[in-house]
Design a protein. Structure first.
Length: 105
């Protein structure tokens, strides 16, 4: 698991004093580019930030935590990895809000 998260962002296309921010988190096996493709269809006043999960699955796929299948138990999620990912997201959001001088509401 990486200890820093990669992200891409689109600055607001219409300048505003304190822009609203949309943070995008992709699903299992995807990447930050997936949801970012919706950016052209979203309000131009938004600062859009799409965050990539920290666990590489290969071939451009990422996850926030591992999911394993067990014949007896079924699907099992790695809760420790999920907690670590949540902590990384929280830290990144705080950092980006501060760097962009945005007040959370």
């Amino acid at each position: 698991m990486q200890n820093k998260l990669h992200y891409i962002k689109r600055e607001p296309l219409i300048s505003t004093k304190n822009p609203q921010v949309l943070f995008m988190l992709h699903g299992y096996g995807s990447n930050e580019q997936d949801l970012f493709s919706f950016a052209p269809h979203l309000p131009k006043e938004l600062l859009i930030i799409s965050i990539q999960a920290p666990i590489s699955m290969g071939f451009g796929s990422y996850s926030w935590f591992e999911i394993n299948q067990d014949a007896k138990i079924g699907l099992r999620s790695n809760l420790e990895q999920a907690k670590q990912s949540l902590s990384l997201v929280e830290d990144l959001v705080k950092d980006l809000l501060e760097k962009n001088n945005i007040t959370a509401k």
